[in-house]
Design a protein around this ligand. Sequence first.
Ligand SMILES: [Zn+2]
Length: 169
Amino acid sequence: MAVLPIIKIGHPTLRKVAKPVVDFDDDLRRFADDLIETMRLNEGVGLAATQVNVLKSVFVIDKNLINEEWEVQAYINPEILKTEGDETSEEGCLSIPGVRADVNRSLKLKVRYQNLSGKTVDEELEGLLARVFQHEYDHLNGVLFIDRIPVLTRKLLDPQIREIQGAYS
Ligand SMILES: [Zn+2]
């Protein structure tokens, strides 16, 4: 396993759409292991491939941080089939370090994804797990949580965000 460098806001890849995974092979499993190790070292609850500069439709969630009976999981080619309700709660992102803001998200989801063996799984998620799923799913579409906050809140965070972006200019 290897720890991969996480790209920060300002890097163009964070705004791109990930491509579907076609091959469920050892390379994919190794990559998922690297994502998991990188997420854990950085104490994140989730990490998308996009954040390590790889445009593959893969993210991982450390479900163990949400419920200690659950294990870390990799989600391949995820889709959101249905949403229900909404809830506002604070979020952060390893690609926008130090910035936190309240984000409104769907409360419950019906999702479909493939596991590392390529098996298609349908699941219903709610609460924090549903929130993290939506955050990581957004990454695969080039969307960041700061795109989903009110304009005024965003304006207040702008100096902090510009400072992080400065690393790439
Ligand atoms: Zn993020």
